[in-house]
Unconditional design. Structure first.
Length: 459
């Protein structure tokens, strides 16, 4: 891989430029995969490894048999693999299932550089489905994956009020990311890639109201399938508006209270969005990760008897309360969006993994008792990856301040830590030997002659 960034056209900064969708797609269609910066290629390996691990672990979730039963009732031609199942579905259906499998545990990566987006679940579920429609190399996958990040995150930045409108970005921006990624994978030219962007954007959906339900992870699967459909329709010449983001009735004006279409082009080809991706050490909403770090740190110091705790005080960014304000979760899925549950269970268990967000742990008496002692306040000056926690007992006040949660860009997970997470997730589905073989394959992803080599190990 080349070590320098791919050159991009000089776009300027005029705020009302009317051809940003076309210019963006011209760049995405035209950059050479061989010229991607080494850092982008490496981050792609990390993202693929992490997501496959989350999908392998998610394949065991009780949501998935319900989804597969519905797919079976509808009927589907067996062409694309379902992760961790000896099963093939149609390309669209496989994308739905694999997208939901990858996101159902809420353990998958999260981009937080101004746009909170689980990019990998919709993008990789779509690309792995498409990979079984022909012969695509690992480098093809890397380039398409990076393209998906550019599309999803940049459209989010072009639509700064989008999240505040109640949209679940993994469903909406994830659809756009998947559509552009599939278009790049299929080798569409600039005009047809612009069609793919428009066809994807017009399918975008997903509401935050569905947090804590099985439908939340369905958003990722539907986004993946929407992206597959967008790419294949565009390949056949189905057209769309070529101003789908910036137009008067385009995405950034229809789906957002603010519009900044120039963000689609700012730094394009220099500032690769995948390099600002974050990875989750905990299986829950990303905005509670800093307080979990703090609670685990207090537990490790020792000297605090849970039975003698009088109260727990948590200070966080306002977004943490808006997104994870469930006070009395009744299910494991609901508990992933409970700041109270996360504070309590992470202190009691010293972890916040898959087991801590099960139905059983959500209802465990000792967890319920402690989370009712949690008091939450907000600080407008806190970053989203920052928190202060305090436990008050008869012995006094015990405090911890987390400036940047683990797994974020400013406090990243090492390759070794990411692989440890992958192995722990993957081994429960495919065993230790297969898990290590998958990891070895992903670490040489860009050298794979055919992505189906990786898929055979995962299905």
């Amino acid at each position: 891989m080349a070590s320098s960034s791919t050159a991009a056209p000089e776009y300027g900064v005029e705020p009302l430029r009317l051809n940003v969708s076309r210019d963006f797609c011209a760049f995405i269609a035209g950059f050479k995969a061989e010229d991607l910066p080494d850092a982008v290629v490496h981050e792609s390996r990390r993202g693929v490894l992490d997501w496959i691990g989350c999908a392998l672990a998610g394949s065991r979730h009780p949501t998935i048999p319900k989804l597969l039963a519905a797919m079976g009732a509808l009927g589907s031609a067996g062409r694309a693999s379902v992760i961790a199942h000896d099963l093939k579905l149609g390309h669209i259906e496989a994308a739905i299932v694999n997208g939901q499998i990858g996101h159902v545990l809420d353990y998958d990566d999260t981009h937080m550089d101004g746009v909170v987006l689980h990019t990998s679940s919709p993008v990789l579920a779509a690309l792995l489905s498409v990979a079984e429609s022909g012969s695509f190399s690992g480098l093809d996958l890397v380039a398409a994956y990076a393209a998906g990040f550019e599309a999803g995150v940049r459209v989010g930045k072009a639509s700064p009020g989008h999240h505040d409108g109640g949209w679940h970005l993994t469903g909406t921006l994830g659809t756009i990311a998947a559509g552009v990624a599939v278009g790049r994978m299929l080798g569409l030219d600039a005009a047809r890639l612009t069609y793919a962007l428009g066809i994807a954007a017009t399918q975008a959906a997903g509401m935050q109201q569905n947090r804590g339900t099985m439908s939340k992870s369905f958003h990722a699967g539907k986004a993946a399938s929407n992206g597959v459909l967008a790419g294949f329709l565009a390949r056949e010449g189905v057209d769309s508006s070529d101003e789908i983001i910036e137009g008067k009735r385009g995405f950034s004006r229809t789906f957002s209270s603010g519009s900044k279409p120039e963000a689609l082009l700012d730094g394009l080809g220099r500032d690769w969005q995948i390099l600002r991706n974050g990875y989750k050490p905990y299986a829950c909403g990303i905005v509670v990760h800093p307080l979990i770090d703090g609670m685990i740190a207090l537990r490790r110091r020792g000297g605090i008897d849970p039975a003698r705790i009088e109260r727990v005080e948590i200070t966080v960014n306002p977004a943490a309360v808006r997104i994870t304000g469930v006070a009395e979760p009744k299910t494991g899925l609901q508990s992933k969006f409970s700041i109270y549950h996360s504070a309590a269970v992470s202190f009691l268990d010293g972890d916040a993994g898959i087991a801590q967000y099960s139905d059983a742990r959500a209802l465990a008496p000792e967890v319920v008792e402690l989370r009712r002692k949690v008091r939450v306040s907000i600080d407008e000056g806190f970053r989203r990856d920052e928190a202060r926690v305090a436990v008050v007992d008869a012995g006094g006040r015990h405090e911890a301040h987390v400036e940047h949660a683990g797994g974020t860009v400013d406090n990243p997970m090492s390759d070794a830590a990411l692989e440890d997470k992958f192995l722990a997730n993957a081994e429960m589905a495919v065993g230790g030997a297969r898990a290590r073989e998958i990891a070895e394959t992903v670490w040489r992803l860009e050298r794979l002659p055919d992505v189906r080599e990786l898929l055979r190990l995962c299905s």
